[in-house]
Design a protein around this ligand. Structure first.
Ligand code: UDP
Ligand code: MG
Length: 308
């Protein structure tokens, strides 16, 4: 049984040396054949130079150098495409996911699970806004999707070859891996851990990237926003209809009708707003449709030491 570890790298020169040291000692302790697959996602610092040094000194180190920054999810996908192990660990490079948990994940997998994900019991060193948005996002996602995506879980997990092969058959462009893994099914379980602070450097996830990930997750696994647009449209039309009845009533029955524009303006603006929101929601889905119809490869590799 060979173990592969996939590590996406984006400007991680500060944590790479200790990451490599901790990973290696943990994985060597497991006494299995193994490989460490580092995917350089267009880092602008010395990360890739460090990777080349590591690869020169240690035959277990594999690297894939993407031609530019494609984003975390695609970097992980590139790694998954290249692994040869029968059990595959996905782990962040910044040591927020403790490598020391890997034996426990592996142990659990031996009990007959295809996926063992690591669930955060607590998170340190992240600001309140990030924690709150993450909390809300995971809960919203479970409510509006039909598959059960585990809450408070990142991509830190171990998956079997079966699941890796399944993921490869899902060539969608807007990746939301943890949703895809849930969609694939089989027996899945989790192990809890406390999420540490970043070892060094800073987060590669800007708010922009976080919002994109959230939208990818929602649009890939739920039609609820589209339905909400329809429902909202009906609700607003209903209200407008009631207002109309009321106007007729005050004009012909009670004769206290005030000719004026406020009600007009309010209903026009309200309807206009609802229409724009609905069109926007439809736009989000169409944008993703068109990306998939274009059928481009997911990423470009600049160089690698993995034979294809
Ligand atoms: N990452 C990446 N490409 C990106 C952003 C991040 O490959 O565009 C990697 C990063 O090097 C790390 C992992 O994805 O290994 C998680 O990113 P980060 O720690 O910045 O996210 P956070 O923990 O703040 O959500
Ligand atoms: Mg991090």
């Amino acid at each position: 049984m060979k173990l592969s570890v996939v590590i996406p790298i984006y400007n991680e020169e500060a944590s790479l040396p200790s990451l490599y040291a901790r990973l290696t000692s943990v994985v060597q302790g497991m006494q299995l054949p193994y490989e460490l697959v580092f995917v350089n996602d267009g880092s602008m610092d010395r990360s890739f130079a460090l990777l080349l040094d590591l690869a020169a000194a240690d035959e277990h180190v594999r690297y894939i150098d993407l031609s530019r920054n494609f984003g975390h999810q695609i970097a992980v996908s590139a790694g998954l495409d290249a692994v040869s192990g029968s059990a595959v660990v996905i782990i962040d490079a910044d040591l927020q996911d403790p490598p020391e948990l890997i034996p426990e994940l592996y142990q659990k997998m031996q009990e007959g699970y295809e996926v063992v994900y690591a669930k955060r019991r607590s998170r340190q060193g992240e600001n309140a806004a990030k924690k709150l948005t993450a909390r809300l996002f995971y809960r919203l996602l479970t409510r509006i999707t039909h598959i059960s995506i585990p809450v408070d879980t990142g991509d830190f997990r171990i998956i079997s070859r079966k699941v890796v092969d399944g993921l490869k058959r899902m060539p969608e462009q807007n990746k939301f891996l943890r949703g895809q893994v849930s969609w694939i099914g089989y027996r899945q379980t989790f192990v809890e851990y406390d999420r540490a602070e970043r070892a060094g450097g800073e987060t590669g996830y800007t708010y922009r990237k976080m919002i994109r990930l959230a939208l990818d997750g929602i649009t890939a696994f739920s039609d609820a926003p589209l339905k909400a647009a329809t429902l909202g449209g009906f609700a607003v039309s209903g209200i407008a209809f009631l207002v109309m009845l009321y106007t007729l009533y005050s004009k012909y029955i009670t004769h206290d009708y005030e000719p004026g524009w406020p009600s007009l303006m309010i209903s026009i603006l309200f309807l206009g707003g609802v229409q724009l929101i609905s069109v926007g929601i439809i736009g989000e889905y169409i944008a993703r449709l068109s990306v998939n119809v274009r059928n481009r490869p997911l990423y470009m590799v600049a160089q690698t030491n993995i034979p294809s």
